[in-house]
Ligand binder design. Structure first.
Ligand SMILES: Nc1ncnc2c1ncn2[C@@H]1O[C@H](COP(=O)(O)OP(=O)(O)O)[C@@H](O)[C@H]1O
Ligand SMILES: [Mg+2]
Length: 351
């Protein structure tokens, strides 16, 4: 800026008087030059691009080494049937029996993006549906008035969709894993979704408050049959609105296939591992029963054992089932049980 005519007064090196022409020019450029904007995030982009971005961010991982035996296929078919009929499917079963794997596998069959919620104690309705988030923090400073330094912070908030809203709006498949771990009140929002096909966003007003559920929306929920009997029994009204499929541990042949597939263990050895785990499962109390995951862990341990000194099948099994042990006495009992299982299995398969 140039100003030298009659009032060459400067404050901190800046000319402080302006001609009317300069003033006009400044005013017209106000939004470009005069304000200094500090952006913390970009301005909202094209909604379609934004949606693609969200879909990619929520892309489901592949289900690795998924095994489909007739018994797995049968549950899959039932799940697909009910989902196609428009009902949410609730998989109930003990820990490690294959609920989550099944949910992901079936969800992928529908070919729609899959969104995911993991239930827990601290989940609120806002975690499910979304809320207002600060997206832009703008500091505006007017530096052209010599003796006044004007500064203001403008915080812009924008609604951000969480998984349930995304799934209802765009027709995604929702997996709500261990949903019964969430406090029942937070899950109330599902009632109208399942019953009337309407999602209500309680913190919004006017028309924006209601979202009509997309016809492609599907929901698969899982819960643990042991916890299920415990503190957070989901409200009956919610359970009434879904189909329940009880999934127990898979049969022997399916478990052997899963172990072979996941670990590369030779058939004979995989059979032995599954037999040991099933022997332990029959004898340990409900909350400590080893699932299919334990079979896989033992298998992986054995694959890497490769003659490591002083470690045998017994120790590998003990380490895997010891994770839920709370005392030395309990540990000793488990050790005995593992020895018993190994000799019983060797007795059956002839070593
Ligand atoms: N049909 C299957 N094919 C291959 N692996 C499976 C299958 N079902 C379960 N598994 C494996 O068994 C373990 C336990 O399954 P998971 O789905 O996590 O059980 P849950 O959710 O019931 O606790 C996982 O390591 C999983 O990869
Ligand atoms: Mg699970």
């Amino acid at each position: 800026m140039r100003y030298v005519v009659t009032h060459p007064r400067r404050v901190r090196g800046e000319p402080v008087h302006q001609t009317s022409r300069e003033k006009k020019l400044l005013e017209s450029k106000e939004n470009e030059d005069v304000e200094v904007r500090v952006r913390t995030r970009e301005k909202a982009r094209d909604p379609e691009a934004l949606r693609k971005e969200i879909e990619e961010a929520y892309l489901m991982p592949e289900v690795e080494h998924f095994v489909e035996t007739p018994e797995v296929k049968e549950i899959e078919t039932r799940m697909e049937l009910w989902l196609e009929a428009g009902y949410p499917v609730h998989l109930i079963g003990p820990t490690g029996c294959g609920k989550t794997s099944l949910a992901i596998h079936v969800a992928r069959q529908f070919g729609r993006p899959v969104v995911w919620i993991n239930g827990d104690e601290s989940i609120t309705t806002a975690d499910l549906i979304g809320g207002y988030a600060q997206i832009e923090n703008e500091s505006v400073r007017d530096k052209y008035i010599h003796n006044v330094f004007k500064s203001k912070d403008v915080i812009k908030v924008e609604w951000v969709d969480n998984p349930l809203t995304l799934a209802c709006k765009y027709g995604y498949t929702l997996i709500y894993n261990e949903f019964s771990r969430t406090k029942p009140a937070a899950n109330n929002v599902f009632l109208s979704v399942f019953e009337e096909g309407v999602l209500e966003l309680p913190t919004k007003f006017g028309e924006d408050r209601y979202i009509r559920v997309h016809p492609d929306f599907r929901a698969i929920l899982t819960s643990n049959s042991i916890e299920y009997a415990g503190i957070h029994r989901p409200q009956d009204a919610l359970l009434d609105r879904m189909v329940g499929i009880y999934t127990d541990y898979y049969g022997y042949e399916t478990e052997v296939k899963i172990v072979v597939e996941h670990t590369g263990l030779p058939q004979g050895m995989a059979r032995k591992v599954v037999e040991i785990v099933r022997y332990l499962r029959e004898r340990l109390p409900e909350a400590q029963k080893p699932g299919t995951r334990a079979c896989i862990m033992i298998g992986k341990g054995l694959m890497l054992l490769n003659g490591k000194q002083g470690i045998g099948l017994d120790q590998i099994c003990i380490d895997v089932i010891a994770s839920k042990t709370s005392s030395r006495k309990e540990m000793e009992e488990k050790r005995e049980l593992v020895y018993e299982a190994i000799s019983a299995v060797q007795g059956v398969s002839g070593g």
